[in-house]
Ligand binder design. Structure first.
Ligand code: PLP
Length: 397
């Protein structure tokens, strides 16, 4: 017999230890308890340096580099701008196409559109919920045409200028395989690691932080992420030239000079303000504790759901390490949307604000006409997935 939505909600309550009906439980809430946030922000306020220059920004960037192992980290105003800047730097231009998965937050596609380019959707696979390397290869074989050393879509006539996989819900995507395909087709690789700070990919030799295998990786520090700066993001790269370009273009392309305002390119005002970086330093100092708590919370979900055949709590695969940013349940029954709607309704009545995963990007009005391969797996998975409350503090009891 199929389990009921009530039974599922009761198990979620046990996993998050929710006894009382009055409090609201959201998917991912920020926490500043036990950090130096107030002290650092006061220091920043007292210094008067609250905007786009100041020592907290470089402190924050150094800590991100140290934690991720990336040679360079450039802090910017949010994850969407980080993506747009990364795509611009590797050469995405108006009229180009960028290969992305359809299962992601809308920012992934929007960043492509902000440059006048078009997303080209490639199917996902079920282990990582990220871009499927086989589907990418198949699609490039179907539509790719190399002319004078550049890759074009022979159906639309547009240049294909980058591949942009996403590490969804913190689960590492199959980047090593995707990178091989990118090398074969000479395509730059940008990793959208907005949700994956603290997630690592196990390669033959070592564990590499998500966002550090491609040409550029991007992070988000929005309030719902594993660490927050209020709003913020970063670019990760091992390439000095890319790092310098990112810093320059994100600071209005102003040449360094004590009084002369000379700008040599059309840049952006994308730098992370110092006051946000102060908050960021206080947060990244505690990231290891948060990762442990999130892993323990994931274990609790596994414990309370292990005997329900119809419900699977998604786990990391192939010795990769997920930050378990959003713990995700997969409903393994026929016609999953019926049970999914019941679970969502029941959970909201209990003030536990579960969410289905996003609508597929290719179903949104601005992207319905975008080029795409066969998106069967994305459609299949998106009907089955529900994100569960995942704040690390849910494990502090
Ligand atoms: C996969 C993904 N990409 C990009 C972003 C954009 O980040 P931000 O909200 O900081 O602009 C987000 C999240 O917010 C995201 O989840």
């Amino acid at each position: 017999m199929i389990c009921t939505s009530k039974e599922i909600i009761d198990r979620i309550k046990l996993a998050i230890n929710k006894a009382d009906e009055s409090s609201d439980v959201y998917l991912h809430e920020p926490s500043f308890v036990g950090t130096n946030a107030y002290e650092y922000i006061k220091d920043c306020l007292d210094s008067g340096w609250v905007s786009s220059s100041g020592e907290w920004v470089s402190r924050f960037e150094n800590l991100i580099s140290e934690f991720t192992g990336s040679n360079y980290a450039i802090a910017v105003s949010n994850g969407t701008d980080a993506l747009r800047l990364a795509l611009h730097i590797i050469g995405v231009k108006k009229g180009n196409e960028v290969m992305i998965p359809p299962l992601s937050f809308v920012a992934t596609a929007n960043a492509v559109s902000h440059l006048g380019a078009t997303p080209h959707f490639v199917d996902i696979e079920s282990d990582s919920l990220g871009m499927c390397p086989l589907a990418l290869e198949k699609r490039l074989n179907q539509v790719g045409l190399i002319k004078e050393g550049e890759l074009f879509n022979k159906i639309t006539g547009n240049k294909i200028s980058a591949v942009l996989p996403v590490h969804i819900f913190g689960l590492p995507s199959k980047i090593e395989e995707i990178r091989l395909i990118c090398s074969k087709w000479k395509l730059p690789l940008i990793e959208d690691a907005a949700e994956a700070l603290g997630s690592f990919i196990k390669t033959k030799a070592e564990s590499i932080h998500c966002g550090c295998l491609g040409d550029i990786g991007t992070l988000s520090f929005n309030g719902n992420k594993i660490i927050t700066t209020g709003g913020g993001g970063a670019l990760l790269t091992n390439n000095k030239e890319i790092a310098e370009s990112a810093k320059h273009l994100s600071t209005t392309a102003k040449k360094k000079h004590p009084w002369n305002f000379y700008h040599d390119k059309v840049g952006w005002n994308d730098r992370l303000p110092n006051i946000n970086a102060a908050l960021g330093v206080s947060q990244i100092e505690k990231i290891k504790d948060k990762l442990i708590s999130k892993r323990n919370l994931h274990k609790r979900y596994l414990k309370y759901f292990h005997d329900l055949q119809e419900i699977e709590i998604i786990k990391e695969y192939n010795q990769n390490e997920s930050n378990y940013w959003l713990v995700t349940m997969r409903i393994n029954v026929n016609n999953p949307h019926i049970l999914r709607e019941e679970i969502l309704k029941e959970s909201h009545e209990s003030k536990i604000y579960l969410r289905p995963c996003w609508n597929l990007l290719n179903d949104l009005p601005m992207y319905v006409e975008a080029p795409c391969g066969d998106l069967k797996e994305a459609r299949n998975q998106s009907e089955r997935l529900i994100n569960l409350p995942s704040s690390p503090q849910l494990n502090y009891f």
